[in-house]
Design a protein around this ligand. Structure first.
Ligand code: XLS
Ligand code: CA
Ligand code: CA
Length: 437
């Protein structure tokens, strides 16, 4: 069998923090138990096919910079097969449990839907074989209904029902192959579901149509017996000026309005959170508070660049707080940490792909360990408990129990006067967090 990543001879191993080997994990020890579960089972790492296998360094200002040995074949199907073989070699050498893909990542589009679907079947069969040979599983599948020119004005929110029908047909097939591959989930990211100008947009109608498409997906899921979790992935802008799935709160309102809430959870992407002017932990905490935290696209943006840079996560504050929120909400069930991230344009060597993922996995492993200690020592828990202690008093209990109204509360104030103010202790808590990190 052809070897596509000869630079890395054997599987990346845990060697501990003192190792000087850049091709080893310093912190991620898949078998180590944290709070009764292995690190691998807590973190559920996934490699994404689109950036890692297909991303070749192109940006808005320049063409590809990266050359890989698996995408040289002239025949696009041959290239797709070699890419798939290379992908599973990479997943195996890296030692992740999962992968994620869009339909169009794994098989090139042909002239007709029927022909395209035949190609997909071929590559799906190959993926299925490689999954069973390697034990690597599918975290989620999804549809790319945003790259082809037919989707220039959106998929489910397109002004033309003919395009809506195309998107539906594509999703139908992508759900089928995700089921064939035993996917634990299926993601809807509304690539061009939004608008560029209100001057040509019927917003209400577009939102109704998007809900209709999702309802059809829910119905089809049931029909084919696909057991995976459905997710919506919010993003506020890019490629459109305004995307309808702006942030987690926006998605929650949408799902509630269209009575779809029980069928969906959120796939939170770190870089999309910051594009929406939130923090990554904010989006996670919002989802956790509302019982809709599903899965995570683990990456980061750049403070000085206003677009979706999809960099590999390295920030320990982010990974710690993320894992803290995830652990507190009970941990992943169907979801996981998918590295929706690509190496920089100048990182042109195969080995850079390994460095990028190793660093990200170690950053999350550290986050997990620190979060577990924070939880065990109850440092934040105790501070929060104390801060809200007033709600355990008679007054607090009466309000929370729905036994109070404006008149009664006014009477209480007239009798008891000014409240005693308490410090929020932000700086102290920041210091404590630093000590743990
Ligand atoms: C793009 C999105 C996309 C989704 C899957 O910004 O992150 O890659 O995760 O369609
Ligand atoms: Ca994403
Ligand atoms: Ca992104």
């Amino acid at each position: 069998m052809t070897v596509y990543f000869p630079e890395v001879k054997k599987k990346i191993r845990f060697e501990g923090p003192d190792s000087k080997n850049p091709l080893s994990f310093k912190r991620y020890n898949p078998k180590e138990k944290i709070l009764g579960k292995t690190m691998a089972d807590h973190l559920r790492f996934a490699v994404c096919y689109w950036h890692t296998m297909k991303g070749l360094g192109a940006d808005q200002f320049g063409v590809n910079t990266i050359i890989r040995s698996y995408n040289k074949a002239a025949d696009p199907m041959k290239q797709a097969e070699q890419t798939m073989e290379a992908a599973f070699e990479f997943f195996t050498k890296l030692g992740v449990q999962f992968w994620c893909f869009h339909d169009r990542d794994i098989a090139p589009e042909a002239d007709t839907l029927a022909e395209t679907n035949k190609r997909l079947d071929k590559l799906t069969a190959l993926a299925k074989k490689m999954q069973s040979d390697t034990g690597i599983k599918l975290l989620w599948g999804t549809t790319n209904a945003f790259s082809h020119r037919r989707f220039m004005a959106g998929a489910g929110t397109n002004p033309d029902p003919h395009v809506f029908a195309y998107a539906a047909s594509q999703i139908k097939k992508a759900m089928e192959i995700t089921k064939t591959l035993g996917g634990a989930g299926y993601v809807f990211w509304g690539g061009r579901e939004g608008y560029d100008t209100l001057l040509n947009t019927d917003m209400g109608r577009e939102l109704d149509h998007m809900a209709m498409l999702l309802q059809m997906a829910v119905d089809y899921k049931k029909k084919i017996g696909f057991k995976g979790q459905l997710y919506i992935e919010p993003k506020p802008k890019e490629p459109t000026k305004h995307q309808y799935d702006f942030d987690a709160a926006n998605c929650l309102a949408f799902l509630q309005k269209y009575k779809l809430l029980k069928h969906f959870k959120i796939n939170v992407e770190a870089n999309h959170a910051t594009l929406a002017a939130h923090t990554f932990p904010h989006e996670l905490a919002f989802c956790a508070a509302n019982g809709i935290l599903g899965s995570v696209d683990a990456n980061r943006g750049d403070l000085l660049l206003g677009w979706d840079t999809d960099q590999f996560p390295t920030d320990l504050y982010d990974t710690t707080l993320a894992m803290y929120i995830i652990l507190k909400s009970g941990g992943f069930t169907t979801g996981g940490l998918n590295f929706d991230a690509h190496v920089r344009r100048q990182s042109i060597d195969n080995v850079d792909l390994f460095y990028a993922h190793i660093g990200a996995m170690d950053a999350f492993a550290r986050g997990l360990k620190i979060a577990a200690r924070l939880l065990k020592d109850k440092v934040l828990d105790n501070a929060i408990k104390q801060r809200y202690a007033g709600w355990n008093s008679k007054l607090g209990k009466d309000i929370e129990g729905g036994r109070m109204n404006f008149e009664k509360l006014e009477k209480y104030i007239l009798k008891n006067g000014e409240p005693t103010l308490k410090s929020g202790r932000q700086e102290l808590l920041e210091n404590i967090l630093n000590e743990y990190i």
